[in-house]
Design a protein around this ligand. Structure first.
Ligand SMILES: [Mg+2]
Length: 266
């Protein structure tokens, strides 16, 4: 099956994971075939997610388990984007980290020095903020003190909530709101709709014209526009056709029932 004519305009395809490549534990209809077709025609691919709790390794495993090839380099999490931002700074910066073990590892891999649990914590130069399941009040207290002492805040995102099996949970944006309110500082956020996740993906994939594919107008499409990229919307997630067709500034370059229909000619 040939690719759809839309793809002739692009060398790189940046795919949102949840609601686009998969929904929960199942891939969207014929997503593995569409991905294989993309690769067969030499398009470069990245997989993007605003989720700060899992590591790139876990996403690579999930993609393979659902029948889709992927390399670590191709998976861009907010942790990976945080690492990219931090790696551009002088190495050895003292960082206080709120986040999952995956986030701690990205901070260390960027060359920063994690000062959690040391006397330096409340005088860290950087505070990294990402939602995690074990959040304690003392983390908010230390982060508040560090920011009031001049630390810069770098956040995984501004999402208010995320869905879990038994209901919604507060996301990074909710924790960040507490810190920004306490300190009157404003964090730099790397998660969609900020352009950093896309910038990190392009940094890894190299030059070429890129198409962003996602299921959300407010994060995928708006984030693509912020990064100066075209965006397409699939209807397997958070957006219905009426909403997608009504979207302006930016308007999607294409709307499709699912990823396979978007990428593969019928
Ligand atoms: Mg999504």
């Amino acid at each position: 099956m040939p690719l759809s004519p839309l793809l002739a305009n692009y060398d790189l395809v940046l795919l949102d994971l949840d609601g686009c490549v998969w929904v929960g534990e199942q891939c969207t209809p014929r997503a593995p075939e569409a991905l294989a077709e993309l690769r067969a025609t030499g398009k470069r691919v990245a997989f993007l997610t605003n989720d700060a709790r899992s590591s790139p390794e876990e996403y690579v495993r999930k993609l393979w388990s659902l029948g889709m090839k992927a390399s670590l380099e191709e998976v861009v999490t907010v942790g990976g984007a945080i690492q990219h931002v931090l790696a551009q700074r002088a190495p050895g910066a003292a960082a206080f980290v709120i986040g999952s073990p995956a986030i701690f590892r990205h901070v260390v891999d960027a060359g920063a020095r994690v000062v959690n649990g040391t006397e330096r914590a409340s005088r860290a130069e950087l505070v990294v903020v990402a939602a995690h399941d074990e959040l304690r009040f003392s983390e908010l207290r230390t982060a508040t003190r560090a920011v009031l002492s001049g630390a810069e805040m770098l956040a995984a995102g501004r999402d208010r909530t995320f869905p879990t099996e038994d209901g919604v949970s507060p996301a990074t944006g909710a924790i960040l709101a507490a810190l920004e309110y306490a300190t009157e500082a404003v964090a730099r956020s790397v998660g969609k709709p900020a352009p950093q996740l896309f910038d990190t993906a392009l940094d890894r994939l190299g030059p070429g014209r890129a198409l962003v594919v996602g299921d959300r107008l407010d994060s995928d499409l708006a984030g693509a526009a912020a990064a100066g990229l075209d965006g397409a919307i699939v209807l397997t997630g958070m957006t219905d056709r009426e909403q997608a067709e009504a979207a302006r500034e930016p308007a999607p370059v294409a709307i499709a029932e699912n990823l396979h229909d978007l990428l593969v000619a019928r």
